[in-house]
Design a protein around this ligand. Structure first.
Ligand code: FPP
Length: 219
């Protein structure tokens, strides 16, 4: 089959937005400012995603293990998520972005859950990009829940990007990444921009995905 037929331009890209804390520390700023800058990076990437051939973007915002961080940082993060929803929902609607959340909701503050549900309802008709935000998320828990319910956990990921030089999956989309290409960027997440996204996608398109079959030349 010609490779052009194998090329899929409605990609599911997942991102582990790592390095906010180090970005802040390098500037003598509180970690909160790193997360704030992380939100700006997310805005840039969401804007750039559709033209880059991405139809689904799943980002890791808060893992089930992140409850182990100091209470002040957890509170800062939860407040930032709420502010993001408050300030961003209108733009998401205008840009055709459908926002949804994966992960547990029962441990999150009720007002945040209400904002999440409102944002999901308001953006429901977005058909340019599906933005999925993982909040209080654990892939292991999601797999167990999916098995109990008899449904697969979620759509396959084509490309997983992790920033800040870390090379781990950290309990993120373990099932969905079964055949994902992995891309590790050295930059911290707040510095990641549309050019870096384009570089990640260029690397992705240069790879041969075999899904367990033989290389094309051997067929
Ligand atoms: C990892 O950096 C980042 C997080 C735990 C939070 C990610 C959240 C954002 C980027 C905010 C935007 C999200 C939404 C949905 C509004 P780290 O704190 O582990 O950094 P470090 O490893 O350098 O300490």
């Amino acid at each position: 089959m010609p490779s052009s037929l194998l090329r899929k331009d409605s990609l599911h890209v997942a991102a582990i937005m790592d390095g906010n804390g180090r970005w802040a520390r390098a500037r003598g700023l509180p970690r909160r400012e790193g997360h704030r800058a992380g939100i700006e990076a997310l805005r840039r990437i969401v804007k750039a995603a559709p033209d880059a051939g991405i139809s689904t973007l799943t980002v890791h915002a808060f893992s089930a293990a992140n409850w182990n961080r100091p209470a002040e940082e957890v509170a800062d993060l939860l407040k930032l998520f709420e502010q993001y929803l408050d300030s961003e929902t209108e733009t998401l609607v205008a840009d055709g972005v459908r926002l949804s959340f994966i992960g547990r909701r029962d441990r999150l503050p009720a007002n945040l859950v209400a904002e999440m549900e409102r944002a999901e309802a308001v953006t429901e008709w977005g058909d340019v990009l599906s933005l999925r935000v993982a909040l209080d998320y654990s892939a292991r828990e999601a797999i167990i829940a999916a098995v109990k319910n008899g449904v697969p956990p979620g759509p396959d990921v084509d490309l997983l990007i992790r920033t800040s030089g870390e090379q781990r999956l950290s309990d993120f989309l373990l099932w969905e990444c079964a055949y994902a290409e992995l891309y590790f960027a050295a930059k911290n997440w707040p510095d990641f921009d549309a050019g870096d996204l384009a570089a990640a996608l260029a690397a992705f398109h240069a790879r041969e995905r075999r899904f367990g079959a033989l290389p094309q030349a051997a067929e």
